[in-house]
Design a protein around this ligand. Structure first.
Ligand code: HEM
Length: 432
């Protein structure tokens, strides 16, 4: 990395920190003043997605939101909250009024990546990376996914009482994405360490602990940056059956710079690892607590795709993401003021009792096609099919080789304010 690149890279990080501090600037104060007027119409709430205990177990709070009006306002966080499925979906679709450019997690954070880009620029970037996720590309990765699923379910089977999060739910997506990015087996452990460090950027707070997390995240991102630059320079990725290889092949005309390719690789790590970990961990927890559903799936494998969709609805690995109102935004009688930070609660929307019967019950045959676990609109998840393939492969392997999943002790849930899943989950699998 040249000195200039280094400065640009740390410059982006410094800007992120600066932006986090600047939540109290003139625009923020104006929005707060306006909020005082508009919240006469919105219901105030003490639901706080940043409270660790609530983040770990948010469902009681969702009941209260659903029992109230369409828009809630949390004065402590100066945050506007949408929780009904129709409203969250409409908000995700209206990317002209509700922008992602200030970052989609709590910390305002603007990097030149797809997920935090709006409008025409976003559409152009998305067109550039779509060739990496064609149906043919996905099919070509299936044997690798099946192999990883078989290997990891085998390890859990062979280690009674192990933590399935550490044994399977964390390494499965990291190893898959490492392969898809062209990282050879010998480098996968380094890569896993760096990517675990770098993803901490999604849950930063302005505290000493937050500063330590940011430092660790930057150092992880830096190592990945150095790694990919070496790979690009060596030319080993070109022509390979990897995401970056496909993009390099499409990119003969040079429309994507090394920087853009690097940022895309980082986005896949940020967006694809912890989310899939949460889905896989959540699935073990659900099926261990619901042996009847597990037996039904064992008896009828055609239920597997629906079981995964219901798991996505039920545990919503991404519980919420943020937007910034570019202009006044009306939801029913309430006007959310320009400048406001707005929380789209996918987790609450996926348990909206107006849409889903008995939403707190996992029903293996529900077919919840309306769920929005992968978002909605322009930013709809690019990795949705890949994730489905991963989760389906693991579940297929599981029902084939284990007759029962038993929890050993209580599941500990993560306290990340946006991404939710088991942090520790010990299981015993009974061999079939
Ligand atoms: C259970 C697993 C996953 C869940 C629940 C999930 C959820 C989401 C959600 C809710 C969004 C919308 C963001 C927004 O509206 O601001 C999103 C976007 C995205 N996801 Fe996923 N995701 C998962 C797995 C993955 C994987 C495995 C990858 C890639 C390998 C991935 C790549 C992306 C990308 C690149 C975007 C940004 C799309 C854009 O801005 O146009 N995701 N995801």
């Amino acid at each position: 990395m040249t000195l200039i690149e280094r400065v640009q890279f740390t410059g982006a990080a410094a800007k992120a920190l600066g932006d986090a501090v600047r939540t109290n600037t003139a625009a923020g104060i104006r929005a707060r003043r306006h909020a005082r007027r508009s919240r006469i119409e919105a219901e105030t709430t003490n639901y706080d997605p940043l409270d660790p205990a609530t983040a770990a177990q948010p469902h009681e709070a969702y009941h209260r939101l659903h029992a109230g009006g369409r828009v809630h306002y949390n004065p402590k966080r100066n945050l506007w909250i949408l929780s009904r499925l129709d409203d969250v979906r409409a908000a995700a679709r209206d990317d002209k009024a509700l922008s992602s450019a200030d970052g989609v997690t709590r910390t305002k954070f603007a990097l030149p990546i797809l997920i935090t880009t709006d409008g025409e620029k976003h559409a152009r970037m998305r067109r550039q990376v779509l060739p990496a996720f064609t149906k043919a590309a996905l099919e070509s990765w299936r044997p690798l996914i099946d192999r990883l699923a078989a290997q990891m379910v085998g390890e859990v089977l062979g280690t009674p009482g192990c933590d399935v999060v550490q044994r399977l739910a964390v390494p499965m997506p990291v190893r898959l994405i490492a392969h898809l990015l062209g990282v050879p087996d010998t480098d996968v452990d380094d890569f896993r360490r760096w990517s675990e460090a770098s993803v901490q950027v999604t849950d930063l707070a302005l505290t000493p602990r937050g500063a330590r997390k940011l430092a660790s995240s930057l150092s992880g991102s830096w190592s990945i940056n150095r790694y990919f630059r070496r790979q690009f320079a060596a030319g080993v990725l070109k022509g390979s059956d990897t995401i970056l290889g496909r993009l390099l092949a499409e990119n003969e005309a040079g429309s994507l710079s090394d920087d853009e390719l690097f940022y895309f690789a980082m986005l896949l790590l940020l967006a694809g690892n912890e989310t899939t970990t949460n889905l896989l961990g959540g699935m073990f927890d659900t099926l261990a607590r619901d042996p009847d559903s597990y037996h039904r799936i064992r008896g009828d494998r055609s239920l597997i795709p629906m079981a995964i969709e219901e798991q996505l609805r039920y545990s919503s690995p991404v519980q919420n993401l943020y937007r910034t109102a570019r202009r006044d935004y009306a939801v029913g009688d309430v006007t959310i003021p320009a400048g406001a930070r707005v929380l789209l609660s996918f987790g609450a929307a996926n348990r909206d009792p107006r849409v889903f019967d008995s939403p707190d019950v996992y029903r293996v045959d529900r077919n919840p096609s309306q769920h929005i676990a992968f978002g909605f609109g322009a930013h709809l998840c690019l990795g949705a099919q890949l994730t489905r393939m991963e989760a389906q492969a693991v579940l297929h392997e599981l029902v084939t080789r284990a007759s029962r999943i038993a929890l050993v002790g209580e599941t500990r849930w993560s306290t990340n304010s946006s991404l939710r899943g088991p942090a520790q989950l010990r299981v015993n699998l009974t061999p079939a």
